[in-house]
Design a protein around this ligand. Structure first.
Ligand code: FAD
Length: 221
């Protein structure tokens, strides 16, 4: 890629924001377009933000973009899984036999916001929100977006287009529908739903349950 080229990234989730930061640091002109509102200004979790288990691979990526020290304060170390049985007993199953080895819990929203802030601080990276990608035309290197509020269509041309628009990727769909490429993919759906539950802190602000573990209530169904 030539540094004068215009790079379009579709989707400002974890991958899109990280990619924008890295390419921005490398001097590329990057435009990121996200279909949802800016998560730094609006709570978009809808009760399903789900903290991430964040370990070696994630930390490696943070080192690469030089923000490891800024991520650390967002992390809660988890040394193991805390199993809660039907009788209310608990036992901790450590991830590792070595004390210093653990994974972390991190807020998806806080991590994404940090990546966005770092990327947006670069003058060659921009973010736009509330624009949903409808299709990508690979031969003409364009992507078409619809504004959530005005329903207006915008077509953006770029030299390189990255699709980081998640599991239901519009870019991947365009590949598939255009039938001009030898392209196949498989998709499996979760057989269960998920919902975030908040266990509110004690009056003194402390944790109601053991802080440094991933808590699990296995019920065998
Ligand atoms: C319940 C659950 C728990 C998980 N737990 C963990 C975990 O603990 N640790 C871990 O590492 N991973 C976990 N994952 C996986 C992790 O969430 C994904 O790997 C990660 O989010 C993928 O990042 P992404 O940026 O590719 O996609 P996403 O995070 O899905 O981001 C895609 C972005 O693109 C935007 N977008 C989508 N369509 C369009 C469009 N048409 N136009 C414009 N923008 C669009 C979306 O709004 C979103 O912001 C979990 C996943 C689930 C579902």
């Amino acid at each position: 890629m030539n540094k004068q080229e215009k790079i379009l990234i579709i989707g400002a989730g974890l991958c899109g924001s990280l990619l924008a930061l890295r390419l921005g640091q490398r001097g590329y002109n990057v435009q990121v377009i996200e279909m949802r509102p800016d998560l730094r200004k609006v709570d978009i979790s809808a009760g399903r933000s789900i903290n991430l288990a964040f370990s070696d691979r994630g930390i490696k990526a943070m080192k690469l973009v030089g923000i490891e020290e800024k991520v650390k304060p967002l992390c809660i170390p988890m040394h193991g899984r805390m199993i809660h049985d039907k009788e209310g007993n608990t036992f901790l199953s450590n991830y590792s036999g070595r004390e210093h080895e653990y994974i972390n819990s991190i807020s998806r929203q806080d991590l994404t916001a940090l990546l966005m802030n770092e990327a947006e601080a670069l003058e060659n990276v921009t973010f736009q929100f509330n624009l949903k990608c409808k299709k990508v035309d690979f031969e003409n290197k364009t992507a078409t977006f619809v504004d959530y509020h005005t329903k207006e269509k915008t077509t953006i041309t770029a030299d390189v287009i990255f699709g980081t628009d998640g599991a239901g990727s519009a870019l991947r769909n365009s590949y598939y529908l255009s039938k001009r490429f030898l392209f196949s993919f498989s998709q499996n759906y979760l057989t269960h739903g998920y919902k975030e539950l908040s266990i509110l802190p004690n009056k003194d602000g402390g944790f109601k349950t053991f802080k440094n573990a991933l808590h699990i209530w296995p019920r065998g169904d």
